[in-house]
Design a protein around this ligand. Structure first.
Ligand code: ARG
Length: 273
């Protein structure tokens, strides 16, 4: 099988003001030290990796006082030139939503405002012709209906059950149009059955991989950028013919984020979906 890489357009936010000042997921410990300079260097390496792969990376200006704004995946959902803005569950992140919304508007995307809590691509993943939408911790189930209405893809609800894997993109990675990798135990029994039905050939990750946020990966269909510590998952992906690129984002992981969290995919028109 030949694996074709698709060139991607990404939005990222430099972690200039990154810190762990509050705890809104089990990874965050505001009393633990964070090396802000190292966080920036690790993030720069992620950005450079995308550029080396031939992807384009656009940048949104970081805002002082919004330490989690580096997690651009939570800034929106962008498919077929339409951008759905976000509404955060937690007040600490609320002011990120208008900053990202303004960026989408200035970039010329057709804008939609969320009617319910919706944390963007953190919980909304396009897999082939289906939108997989997480709920249980952050994005409200009610927002799934709006996603289907706005984007016109069938939305499949994924019930998350483990608080460490609070966003869908910490429990499942889309590898290409047909394949995903996921941690079965992060999902309810019903959602596990749906995943088996939709993706019988999926890669099953281990808890050890998920515990280093290994599933918070970015694939262009051929290259998979994932946390360097997720060595078992990387080996399984290489067995399937993917090229893996390990990145150390240890500082950002202290906020519960990995490569995918730092990366928002901007999907233009139908052709580049
Ligand atoms: N500290 C952030 C939060 O809890 C991390 C967000 C990670 N983003 C993601 N797409 N999983 O909201």
């Amino acid at each position: 099988m030949t694996m074709d890489a698709t060139s991607q357009r990404f939005l990222m936010c430099r972690p200039t003001y990154f810190a762990v000042d509050y705890a809104i997921n089990p990874w965050m410990d505001p009393t633990a030290p964070v090396d802000a300079g190292l966080a920036i260097r690790q993030w720069e390496q992620l950005r450079q990796t995308y550029l080396d792969l031939g992807h384009s990376v656009e940048l949104i200006d970081p805002v002082a006082g919004l330490p989690d704004m580096v997690f651009a995946a939570n800034g929106g959902t962008v498919i077929d030139g339409k951008a759905m803005a976000v509404q955060f569950r937690d007040p600490q992140r609320a002011d990120e939503a208008p900053a990202y919304r303004d960026w989408f508007e200035a970039a010329g995307f057709e804008l939609y405002d969320p009617k319910h809590v919706n944390e963007g691509e953190g919980d909304v993943l396009l897999a082939g012709d289906h939108l997989l939408a997480g709920t249980g911790f952050r994005t409200a189930h009610a927002s799934h209906a709006q996603l289907q209405e706005v984007f016109g893809y069938p939305v499949i609800t994924m019930q998350l059950v483990d608080p460490r894997f609070y966003h869908l993109d910490t429990a499942l990675t889309v590898l290409d149009e047909r394949t995903v990798a996921y941690l079965p135990e992060a999902f309810s029994p019903g959602s596990q059955a749906v995943l088996r039905r939709l993706f019988p050939d999926a890669v099953h990750a281990t808890m050890a991989d998920a515990e280093v946020l290994g599933l918070n990966a970015v694939s262009d269909g051929r290259h998979v950028v994932l946390p360097a510590q997720a060595t078992d998952l990387a080996a399984k992906l290489r067995d399937r013919g993917y090229e893996t690129i390990g990145i150390d984002l240890s500082e950002l992981r202290k906020a519960g984020g990995g490569p995918k969290c730092c990366t928002l995919r901007l999907r233009q028109g139908k052709a580049s979906k």
